[in-house]
Design a protein around this ligand. Structure first.
Ligand SMILES: Cc1cc2nc3c(=O)[nH]c(=O)nc-3n(C[C@H](O)[C@H](O)[C@H](O)COP(=O)(O)O)c2cc1C
Length: 216
């Protein structure tokens, strides 16, 4: 099998969490000899090549972050330039996000199934997973802890040409956190999390507090 892989994030490759997820996913994908070609929507210079690859390939995987509860505007802008295919092409998706509960990605997931129909293609499932905010903050083992599990999903995709298996469904993790976890997370975000995010924002050159409201 040969797969056209598109990173649908508007973030440049270097800073894109989706890019790091794809790196690990591809390790599993290639173990059984599946080949791939890979593009980034964030680079408009690639759009002509991506369009050509879309028409030339029958197995397409679009990996995208959830941006404001649905798909990023730049990816949408690109998709609107495509003509529906109607040749049995299968499209699968990796839908990943910052917040961790599966439930908040379900609206985006439902849209991706519809989108596949608009493109005249067959839906091959969506791998749904949150809790990915931290990827670009971490390096080495800490980053691998978050991205590593995607290698197994690369294997699953290669074996089934999609994300229909129960292993892929289970990959989402919690649909909604149980009450005790929500309480603990609330405390962590207001204390340790606040210190951590302040530190990160300073390292990126922020000089104002995180709750600074310039228009008030
Ligand atoms: C403008 C913007 C909107 C976002 N909206 C959501 C959202 O609605 N829900 C969520 O869980 N994460 C949201 N996120 C977090 C991203 O989905 C998450 O950080 C993702 O891993 C980014 O992947 P990327 O670096 O490849 O773009 C948003 C991030 C940005 C920058």
């Amino acid at each position: 099998m040969h797969v056209l892989m598109i990173n649908g994030s508007p973030r440049v490759k270097k800073y894109s969490n989706t890019d790091k997820i794809l790196d690990k996913f591809i390790e599993g994908l290639c173990e059984t000899g599946t080949t791939y070609e890979r593009y980034e929507i964030s680079d408009r210079k690639q759009w002509e090549d991506i369009r050509k690859a879309y028409y030339d390939n029958n197995n397409i995987l679009i990996a995208l972050p959830l941006y404001v509860e649905c798909i990023p505007g730049l990816l949408m802008e690109f998709l609107e330039t495509l003509t529906p295919k109607g040749d049995g092409t299968r499209i699968a998706y990796i839908l990943q996000s910052g917040f961790a509960e599966g439930i908040q990605l379900r609206c985006g997931e439902a849209y991706l199934e519809k989108l596949t129909g608009y493109l005249g293609c067959e839906y091959a499932g969506t791998l749904v997973k949150g809790d990915n905010f931290s990827i670009r903050f971490f390096e080495g083992d800490m980053r691998d802890k978050v991205t590593g599990p995607y290698t197994g999903m690369g294997r699953e995709y290669a074996a089934n040409a999609g994300f229909g298996t129960k292993e892929c469904k289970a990959f989402t993790g919690y649909e909604i956190f149980p009450a005790h976890m929500r309480i603990i997370l609330g405390i962590v975000f207001r204390t340790v999390g606040r210190v951590m995010f302040t530190k990160i924002s300073r390292s990126w050159g922020c000089t104002r507090p995180l709750d600074y409201r310039p228009y008030q």
